[in-house]
Design a protein around this ligand. Structure first.
Ligand code: AGP
Length: 360
């Protein structure tokens, strides 16, 4: 069954390997008989009525929200803010006239997010929950729900739910764009199918990625993840994943912020993961990589096909630039998995962590 480990050594690797299947399921669930993107009409009207979207989430789901903002703003032209739930509750920003609150939560049980939902409902605002668990608290209490269809996620470190969240956000934003008559030359469903193939290719490269761990992380005490634009957001997720299960202190930050402080931490051999999947910032991130390399960092570049250079540690297959997080994150998931495994850590149940945080 879905919740059994089978021949897999850990739930985390099982769930990483399930990602192509999750993508196929989402493509199927969010398509009508004519192959058009399909979303419940009540949700479409919620989105059409809103003058601004407020995405509320925590941890990995927050990182997925950051990517979602790109889709809503770039495709649909709808202003979107992304907030960490625990901050939003006590430090609520000025709201627009017709906000729609979108809660992203794998479990649907995160207490900080629920606190926001309770508060905004009191104020009479509309809500949509995007969750993996039908019938969860956030699903029951919000006006509308979109399901992730990722299947049960057991490992504490979220993997397939993140990919599912990004895919569902992309579909939701594309439908919003269509309803607002924004022209697009992109066939999202066929691009998501290409993404599925690319994820499969990365998973088949697991041995190669395990070698990256041997070359960069075996004795590391800390590690940095740099990127620009969407690659920055994926770096945040890469760092979170690595710290959660390997206990290596990791930080993700925007490449351009390096010289504003963090570069002081670079020593001989410090591992720095640099991601380059966005043509417009490729040269910038490459020069950031050189800056740290010149100060002794052990730089591991992960680039997308078409932007790759000699010496890059890993090249992900080419997919649409807006969809690269779905593929590049899998490299970071596998790096984190092997780093934790090599350290003899409990991969599925890291110390001090719970799968969902049900107290504020
Ligand atoms: C992910 O690897 C973490 N364990 C954690 O950050 C998680 O994403 C966060 O607690 C949010 O959970 P949720 O999606 O169930 O609301």
């Amino acid at each position: 069954s879905d919740t059994e480990l089978g021949t897999h050594p850990h739930y985390m690797i099982k769930e990483i390997n399930e990602q192509p299947q999750v993508m196929r399921k989402i493509i199927k669930e969010y398509q009508d008989d004519y192959g058009e993107l399909k979303i419940d009409k009540n949700i479409i009207s919620q989105l059409n009525d809103a003058d601004r979207l407020y995405i509320i989430a925590a941890g990995t789901s927050y990182h997925a929200g950051l990517i979602g903002k790109e889709y809503f703003e770039k495709w649909a032209g709808v202003p979107t803010e992304v907030h960490v739930a625990s901050e939003f509750v006590y430090n609520t920003p000025l709201l627009s006239k017709k906000p729609l609150f979108i809660f992203i939560s794998q479990s649907g049980e995160t207490a900080d997010s629920r606190a926001v939902l309770v508060d905004i409902k009191k104020k009479g605002y509309k809500s949509l929950t995007i969750t993996n668990v039908p019938g969860s608290t956030l699903s029951r209490e919000a006006d509308e729900t979109l399901i992730l269809h990722a299947g049960p996620e057991i490992a504490v470190a979220s993997t397939k739910a993140y990919v599912a969240q990004i895919a569902v956000l992309a579909i939701t934003a594309a439908v919003t764009a269509r309803e607002l008559n924004k022209v697009s030359d992109m066939d999202l469903m066929s691009e998501l199918a290409k993404v599925t193939t690319a994820i499969t290719a990365v998973i088949e490269d697991a041995d190669k990625i395990e070698n990256i761990v041997k070359n960069y992380l075996e004795t590391a005490r800390n590690a940095f993840f740099i990127g620009r634009a969407m690659d920055y957001y994926v770096g945040l997720e890469g760092a979170l994943k690595l710290k959660e299960i390997s206990y290596i202190q990791a930080e993700g930050f925007a490449g351009g912020e390096l010289k504003h402080g963090t570069i002081a931490l670079i020593e001989d051999g410090t591992p720095v993961f640099a991601l380059s999947t966005q043509a417009k910032v490729d040269l910038n991130i490459r020069s950031n990589a050189q800056e740290v390399q010149a100060r002794g960092a052990n730089v591991c570049v992960v680039a997308m096909e078409g932007l790759e250079q000699e010496g890059d540690a890993y090249v992900i297959p080419k997919v649409d630039e807006m969809l690269t997080p779905l593929v590049s994150v899998v490299v970071y998931q596998l790096i984190s998995y092997y780093a934790a495994l090599h350290r003899g850590n409990d991969v599925d149940k890291p110390r001090n962590l719970a799968k969902s945080v049900t107290v504020e």
